[in-house]
Write a protein of this length. Sequence first.
Length: 64
Amino acid sequence: MSNKLLITKKLRGDDGYRVFSVRVRSDILDRINDLADDTGRTRNEIIALLLNFALEHCEVVGEK
């Protein structure tokens, strides 16, 4: 029996999420913040919802 607490290293992103940065205009950020305030959700949740919606409803047009 060991008298030590063994803590394994947590791998970055092992929860399926990845961190990245995005530059947006301040008016867009204001609108995101307003949505977060109005809904009680975090800004991160709002951005994820908006991105998922956009990805599900976008269509690529034109030549490849």
